[in-house]
Ligand binder design. Sequence first.
Ligand code: C5P
Length: 228
Amino acid sequence: TRKINIAIDGYSACGKSTLAKDLAKVLSYTFIDSGAMYRAVTLFAMRNGWIKENGVIDQKALIASLNTVQIGFKPSQEKGKSDTHLNGENVEEEIRKPHIAQYVSQISAIPEVRKRLVALQQDFGKEKGVVMDGRDIGTVVFPNAELKLFVTADVEERARRRFEELKSKGVESTLEEVKKNLAHRDHLDTTRATDPLKKADDARLVDNTCMTKDEQLTLVLGWVRSLI
Ligand code: C5P
């Protein structure tokens, strides 16, 4: 069998990374969470005080320091998982929190940030055998990916799932707050000028509102097997 790259795009909290992780596990591929990279840059900007309380971002300062930002993935203590590292520090837990989710779509709209992260992401995909999820993977990062998916689910269902996920991790939030954040990010991600979220013409649509994660995996594995 040949190795392929699988590009998965879609709205916030639609189950993209769950699907990507499951596929990577079954196929023994490398899973790359591109959203984690934007979240790590957001944390970097926040720690440097470049995100002001009124939400204004010191883009100049961030852009000038972008070349000092190192982002990588290392195997987690929990078997089969990987953790995001920012300049050598494990930031996996921190970047999933609501204060990062609140600003990440503004940070990811900065063209220079995208340029740097897209280059890193393309590097990961050189050898094939990568499953990457994000917003512009099929359109910009891997326009030649052998399999492209565009995943969606009803916003109510997405909010419910993300709320449960945060709750299980002990992160405090309300369903209403989570839903607002998803809708806010979807709006910014689909309307930004640089590489907005959109379905690639040749992406296959997966609406998983009424699917279990196993049903979704089975559907997609069928497509993968027809390609490798
Ligand atoms: O996938 P996740 O929800 O963790 O992504 C966080 C944010 O990072 C998204 O809302 C989006 O603003 C940004 N992002 C992006 N391009 C990607 C992946 C994520 O702009 N390829």
